[in-house]
Design a protein around this ligand. Structure first.
Ligand code: ACO
Length: 320
């Protein structure tokens, strides 16, 4: 029997209507467009409406991805939602999305790997597709980070936003799609980036806390390291990468990764300017933007690399 691969056949994304610019933020906390843009590359972020939850953003991204893939909702047999801002503690956001879309033939569940969630989700779906049991998977990264933001803390509130991105993975017997991957975690770093409250914690509600410099140092070493590892695993080299889509956390982290990997500027997708850091939604959003603007073409070798709280990090190398 020939080997099964999983290829991306559709992408979609959604950003809420409300835009919060750096100038808007400078009226809320002691900051400036100049400080935010030079240190992060962010110009604006989108904020969910009061009646919009993570599942609503996910639904809109999934609808577009399915349309782009030419797939009917009932043909989906696997739905994975990656999020750190679920609507409810339970049931899963994936089950809420399933209900809203009438995706009745899918098994739906959430995963939580912070900003690496979408990359982790792709690897899980790839394994399930390779088993031969699942054929059409949807992986979504969706967040309403504005809900866990301390809007008085200028060190974090300028960095994050809300939004969703989705990709449809389909089984194929041709050698394309996901060629290699690696995902990792290191719990020693749980305290440098976290939400300070939770249902089982002593503090029940809380906000994003981050030791920015420590996160920066880890990101600039781990992202290039794991990128090289997955490309080599596929028997290729970094020069074979046509399109590099890193987690959109901070432009300086992206630029440091590019320099370390010796990837030319024109091969990287940078969309952080328009949406800020949306954790698990960043990579699928950037992927969708690159498809729509023609930066990413059929047949390209694509490298996706993420890192996030946990610490978690991961890379997927695929033929688009
Ligand atoms: N506006 C103006 N001044 C600010 C702001 C702000 N929004 N935030 C902090 N400052 C001040 C600080 O108070 C400090 O002032 P001081 O010198 O008087 O004490 C000064 O600016 C410098 O602060 P630093 O924290 O040293 O600034 P730095 O240059 O390190 O930039 C940043 C901060 C952008 C957070 C940086 O550390 C960084 O990029 N870290 C990576 C973290 C990241 O990208 N996280 C994203 C989430 S993680 C993820 O996605 C996995």
């Amino acid at each position: 029997m020939s080997e099964i691969y999983s290829e991306i056949v559709g992408t979609g994304s959604y950003l809420p209507e409300k835009v919060l610019t750096n100038d808007d933020l400078s009226k809320m906390v002691d900051t400036s467009d100049e400080w935010i843009f030079t240190r992060t590359g962010i110009k604006e972020r989108h904020i969910a409406a009061d009646d919009e939850c993570t599942s609503d953003l996910a639904v809109k991204a999934v609808e577009k991805a399915l349309e782009n893939a030419g797939l009917k909702v009932e043909e989906v047999d696997l739905l994975i939602v990656a999020t750190i801002t679920p609507d409810l503690v339970f049931p899963s956001t994936a089950c809420l999305v399933q209900k809203k879309l009438g995706m009745k033939n899918a098994v739906a569940f959430d995963i939580q790997a912070a900003c690496s969630g979408f990359v982790f989700g792709l690897t899980i779906a790839d394994g399930m597709i390779k088993s031969g049991v699942y054929k059409n998977a949807v992986i979504v990264g969706a967040e309403t980070l504005s809900r866990i933001m301390d809007w008085n803390d200028r060190t974090t509130c300028v960095l994050f936003g809300d939004g969703a991105g989705a990709a449809v993975l389909r089984a194929t017997n041709e050698k394309k799609g996901i060629l290699s991957y690696s995902i990792k975690s290191d719990g020693d770093y749980v305290d440098i980036l976290k939400a300070t409250g939770g249902p089982s914690a002593t503090q029940t509600s809380g906000f994003i806390f981050m030791e920015g410099k420590e996160v920066f140092k880890l990101a600039v070493s781990r992202m290039p390291e794991i990128s090289k590892e997955v490309v080599e695993k596929a028997g290729c080299s970094i020069s074979d990468v046509d399109c590099f889509i890193p987690h959109q956390a901070n432009i300086r982290i992206i630029d440091a990764a590019l320099k370390n990997l010796d990837i030319p500027e024109e091969k990287v997708v940078k969309s952080i300017q328009y949406h800020g850091n949306i954790s698990s939604a960043c990579i699928p959003l950037a992927l969708d933007i690159a498809c729509k603007n023609g930066q990413l073409k059929k047949g390209d070798n694509v490298l996706l690399t993420a890192m996030g709280a946990g610490f978690t990090w991961g890379s997927v190398f695929l033929k688009f």
